[in-house]
Design a binder for this molecule. Sequence first.
Ligand SMILES: C[S@@+](CC[C@H](N)C(=O)[O-])C[C@H]1O[C@@H](n2cnc3c(N)ncnc32)[C@H](O)[C@@H]1O
Length: 270
Amino acid sequence: MKGIDFYLESNRDLWDRLVPIHARSRFYDVDGFRHGDSTLMQLEREEVGDVRDKTLLHLQCHFGLDTLSWGRQGARVTGADFSPAAIDLARALSAELAVPARFLCTNLFDLPAMLADRFDIIFTSYGVLCWLPDLDKWADVVAHFLNPGGFFYIAEGHPLVSVFANESDTKGLQVTGSYFHSPEPTRWKTDVSYADPLTPVNLPSFEWTHSLADILNALIRAGLCVDFFHEFPFSFYQHFPFLVKGGDGYWHLPQGDLIPMTFSLKATKP
Ligand SMILES: C[S@@+](CC[C@H](N)C(=O)[O-])C[C@H]1O[C@@H](n2cnc3c(N)ncnc32)[C@H](O)[C@@H]1O
């Protein structure tokens, strides 16, 4: 058993390694973004709504494409991530494309010590919660940064998918894992990125599972009021090898809508 610092540092090394791979990938399509495309999916665009002139904090912003997409829609944006490579690239893209943004490089749990502002909207999405050991502390960070009346929004992979086997030769839904949180992370070996199956990565990652109850109760305990919670039968990436991409840009089970693979949630600070 290693300590939490070891897990977080290993994960940061992984994300530093993934940034240049992602920046070249078709998945992230940085050239399309340069030419004006938004990287936000229809789901979060519709559910977050009009962001013009709102202050928006994007947690775990990776290299800032979603942050800058909100900026292009008129929000005054701040992105935060613990990967120096990600934040360097986010700042470079902001300057190159003249989309004003502030980017901060820090572990999420240390953000309150380096940022005094409060925000109208806090946004985070797709592949973020599994990197966090402690959702109670995460929810405290969210509540800390919201203005009264401001809201938090998350669109994320549904925790139910983590119970099913997921190897390159997995043929269908087969329960092999636990749904419930374990205080010790699972060690995975990342051979390649979800965004580029051809470039070797070969680094370990340490990831935590959190149930829906963990997520909802952390936000409620931090004082937020849940406005909505939605479940969707599609994934934002090819989570299982047997998923097929739909015309909506999301990945679906070939046999139909059997299980939720994405959830979204909006919660307001009173
Ligand atoms: C899957 S990415 C987020 C993806 C984002 N939706 C996108 O596609 O651009 C997860 C991000 O979480 C960041 N991250 C992981 N653990 C973190 C932590 N403890 N503090 C801050 N950022 C963290 C990683 O550096 C990475 O950029």
